[in-house]
Write a protein that binds this ligand. Structure first.
Ligand SMILES: C[S@@+](CC[C@H](N)C(=O)[O-])C[C@H]1O[C@@H](n2cnc3c(N)ncnc32)[C@H](O)[C@@H]1O
Length: 333
């Protein structure tokens, strides 16, 4: 396999997108010809295209994402990787929605996954788009929604939540020590004028939070906290882990496996987390599945990026990959 790459021709795509831990994901998911791959977080289709190459034209890929623009892009890339001679004929299904709803959607397609990947968080197209308001590095509206159909923007949260709730969000999802002071500052400021831009939010946070802490911008944690809250990222992850656990339990308890289950017998399940708030529930869930005899670990602990990968793709610095395998009901798993 060529490295580094993101697209099947071995080069980063035109946006310079490189998926994290690409070699590790492919090696540990171990795709086989004709298998079914379910990508819970398609993004730009970087991982999915690499896996699709191994599945060949008889393989099937289900792409899921909250973001329609990413999904459209991923579909094109993955169809080319799956069926280079006839992308139109590729069995690629694109589903817009929250990954917590995937079991129903995959069953509606009459499919059962041989491999599942959830590469959590946001894509480069999202964080680098000033119009999404996800980063203090760009001036933009305080939006932060990964899915434009979601009802609540970050500006609405910041301008309407009671101070105590705002502090709780910044503390819990940002692990920000100055959460109370930041919330108090935001509430005082919004009484004068609503906070509607990334610049204004960053400026207000910087005016009260302790910093600079090394190279980390003082606004980093508050932005992370609001993004997690707006998109209910931890709630969605916990729901995904719950539905995965239900399917793995069923597989391990039925001799021949549940015909209608969205996770097939012996399926490989991989999750990539980027911070401890994500990795903690993943670690806990994987531990419970293994302890209950529903899954076997493929990775011992977490797999992290090499120095070379981190140099090429800074996001790999915080990536933590865990992989396990569904145990067959006939105990041969
Ligand atoms: C890190 S990117 C995935 C990148 C992808 N693996 C690739 O190689 O191109 C994460 C993606 O997950 C999507 N996402 C985040 N939370 C989601 C959720 N609850 N349900 C579905 N998609 C979600 C984001 O919109 C984003 O496109």
């Amino acid at each position: 396999m060529v490295y580094p790459f993101s697209m099947p021709d071995g080069k980063p795509d035109e946006l310079g997108h490189i998926p994290v831990l690409p070699d590790e994901v492919v090696e540990l998911l171990d795709p086989q010809l004709g298998e079914v791959f379910v990508d819970c977080t398609a993004g730009l289709g970087g991982h999915a295209a690499l896996i699709a190459q191994k599945l060949g034209p008889t393989g099937t890929v289900v792409l899921n994402d909250l973001d329609q623009r990413n999904l459209d892009r991923a579909k094109v890339n993955v169809a080319k990787a799956l069926c280079p001679d006839d992308p139109e004929a590729a069995k690629v299904h694109a589903i817009r929605g929250n990954f917590a709803e995937l079991p129903i959607r995959v069953r509606e397609l009459g499919l059962s996954a041989d491999m599942i990947l959830a590469d959590l968080g946001f894509a480069s197209t999202q964080i680098d788009d000033p119009g999404r308001g996800l980063s203090f590095r760009f001036s933009g509206p305080l939006d932060m929604r990964l899915d434009q159909l979601m009802p609540m923007t970050a500006a609405e949260l910041v301008n309407t939540l009671p101070e105590r709730d705002l502090a709780e969000i910044i503390w819990r999802y940002g692990e920000e020590k100055s959460a109370r002071r930041i919330a108090s500052k935001l509430v005082a400021a919004r009484e004068v004028e609503p906070i509607t831009t990334t610049d204004r939010l960053a400026e207000l946070v910087r005016s009260v939070s302790r910093g600079p802490r090394g190279s980390i911008n003082p606004a980093t944690k508050t932005f992370q906290a609001l993004r997690i809250a707006v998109n209910d990222e931890i709630g969605s992850l916990e729901a995904l882990l719950r539905v995965m656990g239900i399917a793995l339990r069923k597989q391990s308890q039925t001799g021949t496996g549940e015909e209608s289950s969205w996770i097939g017998q012996g399926a490989r399940v991989a999750v990539i987390a980027f911070h401890s708030l994500e990795d903690r529930p993943v670690k806990r869930a994987f531990g419970e599945w293994v302890k209950s005899g529903w899954a076997k670990p493929i990775t011992k602990g977490v797999v992290v990026g090499t120095d070379a990968q981190i140099a090429l793709n800074p996001r790999a610095r915080s990536a933590k990959l865990r992989v396990c395998r569904s145990v067959r009901g006939d105990a041969s798993g």
